[in-house]
Design a protein around this ligand. Structure first.
Ligand code: FES
Ligand code: FE2
Length: 401
């Protein structure tokens, strides 16, 4: 494909993604040929306080995570009316419900009588009945019936379920956890990365599995380790490193969302070869969606099966606790491949995170905690995503880096 094809291709179309990939391959190959990487203008000095400061932690919880649209899952996790998607990794638990007309509603999973959890499981019928005293709510959240109704007679409207803003687009479901928050506008939130997300056809991706891991570290340390390739040779010498050319990454920013990619080792054989002879390959990159989501779209995690892997980090009740959700999805292009292959891939990715990344993050965190005062840290010119997303998080909570 030539660059002129880019002008003709509809943004977000398969042809457009193929061209996007070709342009990325050229940049990666140029780096391989010159033994260099794409770099920012300068390193960025920060200190450990951005991870350990309790005031900052609670500002992030309240001003960032309660207000920013958060990825709750994929549309395909709610395929039919009555299907429920639970979101419990941060804040008050919420359930998302697929309506009869195909739209989505989201409510806190909390009874307005005395706070019982209302919905278990992944499906509800025509009403929600609280297991504590049997108040019954319609799927619109309105109270339909309560035993001994007269005992609760008082001024004002009847109590209803607490609605939470929810929206879906391009196969993604986003929540804003503040019930009084603005409606979610997915297109506006994604901004310039929307065509890329659309091109992945996530609405047709099948959910394989989600695992929740609670780890002792600040949530941003967990995000950090997925946002740079610099650690791969030392931290993943036997797992990821054999597949990737060390210390080469290309980066792109799409507003507050970002992308990086590293060349596969086989690309080293292409140096000096005409482009027409490059073997066919699929788009493969890691995407950061503000503030806490890493979406890997790669047809080559194990050199074979295509996979979509998500990891989402959520700040816990204190500064040193993080809940991480690891999810895998089977892309539409791989519908013919059996579930067992994808489950094995999910396990492999989870194992790398649990046995290599999270232990490293935990040791870093314990070091930070041992310090009597904040100590200086440095994000290198090759750690571009860290420089950018930390700046955006700091700006969102109104605290300097
Ligand atoms: S707490 Fe739900 S009916 Fe009482
Ligand atoms: Fe890693």
């Amino acid at each position: 494909m030539t660059d002129s094809g880019a002008l003709a291709a509809e943004p977000g179309s398969p042809q457009w993604l193929a061209l996007e990939w070709r342009l990325m391959q050229r940049r990666m190959l140029a780096c391989v040929a010159s033994r260099s990487s794409e770099l920012t203008a300068s390193p960025l000095a920060v200190d450990t306080g951005i991870y350990t400061d309790t005031r900052r932690h609670f500002a992030e919880r309240e001003r960032l995570f309660m207000q920013t649209p958060l990825l709750a899952g994929f549309s395909s996790e709610l395929p039919e009316p009555g299907c429920v998607l639970h979101f419990e990794a941060f804040g008050p638990p919420v359930f998302v419900l697929r309506r009869e007309d195909g739209g989505l509603d989201a409510f806190r999973n909390l009874c307005p009588h005395r706070g019982a959890r209302l919905v278990e499981g992944d499906r509800i019928g025509s009403a929600v009945v609280c297991p504590f005293h049997a108040w019954r709510f319609g799927t619109d959240g309105q109270l339909q019936f309560r035993p001994q109704d007269a005992a609760f007679a008082c001024e004002g409207p009847a109590p209803a379920l607490c609605r939470v803003p929810v929206a879906e687009k391009h196969g993604l479901v986003f929540l804003r956890l503040d019930p009084a928050g603005e409606p979610v506008d997915v297109e506006a939130f994604l901004g310039p990365i929307a065509p890329l997300i659309r091109s992945f056809r996530l609405d047709a991706a099948a959910h394989v599995r989600t695992d929740a891991v609670v780890t002792e570290a600040n949530w941003k340390l967990v995000v950090d380790v997925s946002c740079e390739g610099y650690h791969v040779p030392a931290t993943h010498p036997a797992t990821l490193s054999p597949q990737l050319v060390p210390f080469i990454t290309i980066h792109d920013s799409f507003g507050r969302h970002h992308r990086f990619a590293s060349p596969a080792r086989r690309m080293q054989e292409w140096v000096g070869q005409p482009e027409e002879t490059w073997p066919p390959s699929h788009y493969s990159a890691v995407h950061y969606l503000f503030p806490n989501t890493i979406l890997t779209y790669s047809d080559a995690i194990d050199g074979g099966l295509p996979v979509i892997a998500l990891n989402r980090s959520f700040p816990g009740r204190h500064v040193g606790e993080t809940t991480v959700l690891y999810s895998s999805y089977r892309p539409a292009s791989a519908a013919a491949i059996p579930d067992s292959g994808f489950l094995a891939l999910h396990e492999a990715v989870l194992d790398i995170n649990r046995s290599e990344d999270l232990p490293m993050v935990g040791r870093v965190w314990r070091n930070y905690q041992s310090l009597p005062d904040p100590a200086p840290l440095l994000f290198g010119r090759n750690e571009m995503l860290l420089q950018r997303y930390h700046a955006d998080v700091a700006e969102a909570v109104g605290m300097p880096l």
